[in-house]
Design a protein around this ligand. Sequence first.
Ligand code: SAM
Ligand code: SF4
Length: 342
Amino acid sequence: MNGSAGALAQARPADLVDPFGRVVGDLRISVTDRCNFRCQYCMPAEGMTWLPRSEILSFEEIERFAKVCVERFGFESIRLTGGEPLVRAHLPQLVERLAALGVDVALTTNGATLRMHARPLADAGLSRINISLDSLRRDRFLELTRRDELDRVLDGIDAAIDAGLAPAKINTVMMRGINDDEVIDFARFGRERGIEVRFIEFMPLEAGDVWTSAVVVPADEILAAISEVFPTEPVQRANEPAERYRYLDGGGQVGVIASVTKPFCDNCDRVRLTAEGQFRTCLFALDEFDMREILRSGAAGDDLDDRLADAIRGAVGTKWAGHSIGQVNFIRPKRTMSQIGG
Ligand code: SAM
Ligand code: SF4
């Protein structure tokens, strides 16, 4: 009797706790560094060099890594990102493999090819989707993304809703003097379509060196502007970076992510895996841990899982308290958002 109870206890996943007592359980996986857009704040217009195919983790490797996170450490959610995840061929196959692990699988996309992919993704078990959209004006969208694709993205949002990918959310990075005059337009857009818009503060992870604190539009300012037109009340916060508000007239919800002015670091439960298998414990981390080397070492079975689990535990042991954007000791990571997986 004791023996079987002991075996059961061993089989249960153990919490993965960082040095600050936070339980880590949310994995973001970048499936590619490539993209069909060239957003001003993310990539240069020309001259991107992509990782060779052989350096990118295969679906089998990603699944193996995710399995260890789920089975050994009880991870409950995985988000696929990039680069643009929908440029990776056969993505629904990966979604299906990950969903089979029993976790919530989500996706962040620019939405340009979503009309084609929404249904297969939903059928494969994708549970949630975030679509990035920084302008509702065609000329500005073109200027920001360097692609004339606004109509296709809007159609992609409709396709996601039609496919039942609920709740679909819109991610909007607000930048002073660039698109902050569209706050109310976005709020109205979300209310009309019954989707939550999440306004995100601009972070210093862009290609080039354009970030200054003056470009950041503080989340409080965004919310105040919205509430003046459409009164809101706070929704009790779940363990997530977004602060959410409900429209008092029943028009749905809106969210703000104050990544710079009020970072969520104290409650951060995230880790990341880049497309080439580098494990990171923070968007702004300066260190990376090579999981691809372990995955390709020739180890197999429990031995491989043990080695991955040890490496994950060791890396999480270095997770720092939080980023220091705007402070003198802040060091910008060498990688941009698209190379990390936003
Ligand atoms: N290509 C996909 C997309 O655009 O949704 C996924 C990858 S993209 C890097 C993920 C998210 O990061 C997008 O919502 C994008 O707007 C956001 N992002 C990129 N650079 C950013 C920055 N410097 N500050 C804040 N958000 C940023
Ligand atoms: Fe591509 Fe997303 Fe970066 Fe825009 S934000 S260039 S869509 S990876």
